[in-house]
Design a protein around this ligand. Sequence first.
Ligand code: ADP
Ligand code: MG
Length: 319
Amino acid sequence: MHATLSTTTSAIVVRGVHKHFGKVHALRGIDLEVQQGEFFGLLGPNGAGKSTLINLIAGLARASAGTIAIHGHDVVRNYRQARRILGVVPQELVYDPFFTVREVLTIQSGYFGLGPSNRTWIEELIETLNLTEKADTNVQRLSGGMKRRVLIAQALVHRPPVVVLDEPTAGVDVELRQVLWCFANRLHSEGHTLVLTTHYLGEAETLCGRIAILQHGGLIALDTKEGLLARCPYRRLVVTLSNPAPHLPALLEERVVAREGALLTLRIHRIHEPVGSILDALRNAGLQVMDLQTQDSGLEEVFLDLTQERNGVAQTTGS
Ligand code: ADP
Ligand code: MG
């Protein structure tokens, strides 16, 4: 879909980036490229280095080694140009307590040298993010969710072509999540490049085209969503037995990922464990199968698979 853009400058290019915090080696040689117009997901467990990478992209911190460019502008050497192209919504709720929502946005707009002509856009942001009622309230007095909306509006005040959102939906209510998803989709459809970090895998699965998975400061996967999903060799088999079976033969038991009365969920290998062989094993154990259903693995499963593999955890366990 973005093939036509491949000859243009990449939205973000990260090359050989390392980041040390004292003894902590937070990023261990990151290479990745985000094309213009992509909706890119950055996933990883807590402490993987996602926010560190985003802070480097935003020019808020310096890499210990390596380079980052936004639309070809080096984030250190050409900070101002890079900054203009980028809108970053940080994970932390940082705000200036002395101003109202509308003032914060007007001041931010001024930083970018944008005058009164930007007012229409500021009002549109206020409205789209449902901030109208709070527009003249001091930011300090807003709830966490409202503050997050202000941060998003602030990041977008200069209409940046590249928008980076660091866990925008962490701990927010369902309504705000919906607003954010809608807004993110709208920006993407209008041609913006989006980078989203989230630990809600379903969110990345719904929104993102390409996904990078970060763990212990390194990239362990970088692929299209479809490519990642196809990579998982497991699927789930949900079996309804005639009676609950507290004891199963060891071979079956180690495949159980959930158990609810007579309902068993097993994680089985697509190729090496045909459904027939599982059914035979159940029958041989004297169990009667009333119903069964298979489910394809989601991103959650792929994620667990990849991250556990790196931690050296056996493949047959699940959560
Ligand atoms: P994520 O956003 O994926 O949860 P972070 O980028 O916040 O991960 O953190 C990556 C690692 O770097 C963690 O081990 C974290 O403790 C460490 N770290 C992050 N920021 C700092 C900092 N300012 N000083 C020291 N260590 C930090
Ligand atoms: Mg983070």
